[in-house]
Ligand binder design. Sequence first.
Ligand SMILES: Cc1cc2nc3c(=O)[nH]c(=O)nc-3n(C[C@H](O)[C@H](O)[C@H](O)COP(=O)(O)O)c2cc1C
Length: 211
Amino acid sequence: MASRRISVVTAGLSQPSSSRLLADRLADATVARLRLDQIDVAVDVFELRDIATEVTNNLLTGFPSPALGRVIDTVTTADGLIVVSPIFTSSYSGLFKSFVDLLEPQSLSGMPVLMGATGGTPRHSLALEYSMRPLFTYLHAIVVPTAVFAATADWGTEADVANTLPARIERAGAELAELVSVSTRSPSPVDPLALTTSFTDLLGEHTPRSK
Ligand SMILES: Cc1cc2nc3c(=O)[nH]c(=O)nc-3n(C[C@H](O)[C@H](O)[C@H](O)COP(=O)(O)O)c2cc1C
């Protein structure tokens, strides 16, 4: 039986988080489709609120903590990626962008990506198209056509036939599953110029002493 690995990154701040809820629903839809094709799937879910301090420290120091490094490795070597951000001031959240800023620019090249977002108002549903899609296009990811925005009003009325959220989740999951099933991604190449030793070790005895 073939197997694939999907990473899920969600940037919700609330507990419970509607972004996490949407991410789980998108992952379930993707996994169900892959299993129909006899493909075994492992899913790793990362809530950025749990590593928010480490993300900031990495931005300040240039180095990830071991735990954050493992998250980045898992995400960038997956066969597919689901990302969900809350919409803040009509765009993806700052925490979401800070995490993406830590990824090597080539590390998501060719990665199948499904985008989702949550917001208070359906009037901001196009934020996925004008802010998040260009971000992943710049990173050369392969973003599925259906991006799923869930407004507050979408939750709790899902049994209502007029609510399109379940159908949009199904369609997006099927689109990601199709790309993941044929994915031939290999782990991101090692950058021969990447710094593997800390500045402190490199400087050795020349490290400036505090007064
Ligand atoms: C600072 C702030 C700005 C927000 N701006 C928007 C916005 O521009 N458009 C929108 O639809 N919702 C906006 N919201 C609402 C959040 O996107 C919404 O509550 C989201 O679903 C929260 O996700 P979570 O439950 O995963 O934390 C904003 C919320 C906060 C706290």
